[in-house]
Design a protein around this ligand. Structure first.
Ligand SMILES: Cc1cc2nc3c(=O)[nH]c(=O)nc-3n(C[C@H](O)[C@H](O)[C@H](O)COP(=O)(O)O)c2cc1C
Length: 209
């Protein structure tokens, strides 16, 4: 299936069947997340992979009792930096300099511009930006799962403050953004055969000359 066919195949799965996803498949999805583009390549996000039943049950109760959190195989929690700091930005650029084996003066000047830009903004505004980067990787994960024939439910429906508390994200300088339960659809999922409804193209797209 091509990308559009996969978009038609996938759907927001409301019930999964407890079947486990192989580590190989999870690794593929994680690599798709790792390779997702981010603004300036800073990757201000971290993803947590939750397999344990006990933890999934605790998160279920913070997720308006959405059962897919419990009956998925793996639950990915996407988090983003709570703020940009000079140290964090420098670390991202150092990683690039090191892996490319070169410290380029123009890149270094660019790094400094980015530091000056973000460190003068309030944390709340920076978190809006870091969270947007997490959403890009989130989209890639959804489609990587579909490519493997796996179901994945994009989720914002959870108490993020409570989840941050439960998983100690504040200590790590992170805030939760979205969750992605991954697994296999239950045959009797009520949402399985619902017609996919989207805005008409004429409403969504406007050509301008
Ligand atoms: C960012 C985001 C958050 C969502 N949060 C939830 C959620 O908490 N629970 C849920 O069942 N579906 C959630 N959805 C699924 C949407 O309702 C669904 O993607 C949309 O209605 C389109 O349907 P489809 O994904 O089946 O094509 C979310 C989707 C996105 C993209």
């Amino acid at each position: 299936m091509n990308l559009v066919e996969l978009e038609k195949w996938r759907y927001a799965t409301k019930a999964m069947n407890d079947q486990k996803v192989s580590q190989e498949n999870i690794d593929y999805i994680l690599e798709a997340i790792q390779l997702a583009p981010t603004s300036s390549g800073i990757q201000p996000l971290e993803v947590f992979i939750i397999k344990g039943e006990e933890l999934k049950n605790k998160i279920f109760s913070l997720s308006f009792n959405q059962t897919v959190v419990k009956d998925c195989s793996h639950l990915l929690v996407f988090t983003a930096w709570d703020n940009y700091t000079e140290a964090r930005i420098n670390e991202a650029f150092e990683n690039m300099f090191e892996k490319r084996g070169a410290r380029d003066e123009r890149w270094d000047a660019y790094r400094q511009r980015i530091v000056d830009l973000y460190t003068n903004k309030p944390a709340e505004e920076n978190f809006v930006h870091t969270a947007r980067q997490a959403y890009i990787a989130f989209s890639f994960a959804i489609m990587a799962a579909a490519e493997l024939g796996l179901d994945a439910t994009p989720m914002e429906g959870f108490d993020s403050a409570a989840l941050d508390e439960l998983l100690d994200f504040k200590k790590r300088g992170l805030k939760s953004v979205t969750m992605l339960p991954i697994g296999y659809r239950a045959e009797d999922d009520w949402n399985l055969n619902m017609k996919k409804v989207r805005k008409d193209k004429e409403v969504l797209f406007t050509e301008l000359d």
